[in-house]
Design a protein around this ligand. Sequence first.
Ligand code: ATP
Length: 358
Amino acid sequence: MTALIELEGVNKHYGDYHALRDIDLDIRAGEFFSLLGPSGCGKTTLLRAIAGLEDVTSGALRIDGRDMKGVAPNHRPTNMVFQSYAVFPHLTVAENVGFGLRRDPRSRTEKARAVETALEMVGLGGYGKRRAHALSGGQRQRVALARALILEPKVLLLDEPLSALDRLMREQMQLELIRLQRQVGITFILVTHDQEEALVMSDRIAVMFEGEIGQVADPETLYRKPATRRVAQFIGKMNFLDGRLSADGRAVEIAGLGRAGITEEISRGVSSGPVAIGIRPETLAILFEGESAPRREAEGVISEVVYYGDMTYYDVRVDGIEKPLTVSMKNLIGRPVLDVGAPARLGWDERALVLLPR
Ligand code: ATP
């Protein structure tokens, strides 16, 4: 796929503050792309730079092969949907959505039809005559979306569009945004600090820390093969153990768990010697009566229990491992919730290990 947006060596300074550091990034036509990172990492700055709302200090930014230097936001093929809904409360829904078409040469009837189409796209068909102030948060967000979509941008930029919604509404809107993006086929770039949201919604994600991109990958690769410890910690939960990778890269010695043979795929990109070993909580298991280990077993004692209804998170202390290991277990029928202090047989599997430079 060809890149629709290309950034090459992009830097942004605010006075002494270096907000974007040598950003190289390609975003493809038609993909749902997310910029993910903790507060202050520069994701909004990067989005605003793409929109033309922020000048970059150095580097090149091209959209559709065209250099964007000096191109004003309204002359770029992008449109932004903001976190604060930015809906005019005194106008009707239809007037809000049609706002961007004031200078459009089309007839009134044609514009009204375009407005209705945009409203239907976001699930607000028939809402045109309502006053915007009487809408719920989720509905206002849809109006803002429709107003951006009606201008038929090549790229829709979304700055934390769902962060003000409650959890249920947010989850529903996530699915609707995915559906909408597939339907209209334009490139969506989403800024979010919520890793789950990024995993659920994106074709690819750029994880950012302190103005730099830590990794760009599809959700599954980010989760299963994080490039650094920092990325691994930011995406989901991860236990870290000390380990040592053999010279041939085919075995690791893991503190507290012993020696395990591993495939070349697991050790790829990591040099032999001291390594950090990541283990996701869901790849560990507490073995109940009569259950056998996925591959390997270790003995431990439960030091903490956190019950989530569908899941329980256990911390399990194992001799030779500095920090207790967190294990997540589905609360299946007939499976008791264990107490702190109970002995635990821990199952683990070397195929689920994540190796990272120490
Ligand atoms: P958040 O999720 O909190 O919005 P972010 O990752 O989007 O964070 P940015 O808004 O891009 O972060 O800001 C990156 C850094 O640049 C922050 O440290 C911020 O304080 C700084 N910054 C942003 N805008 C300006 C500005 N106009 N002048 C000076 N510093 C700024």
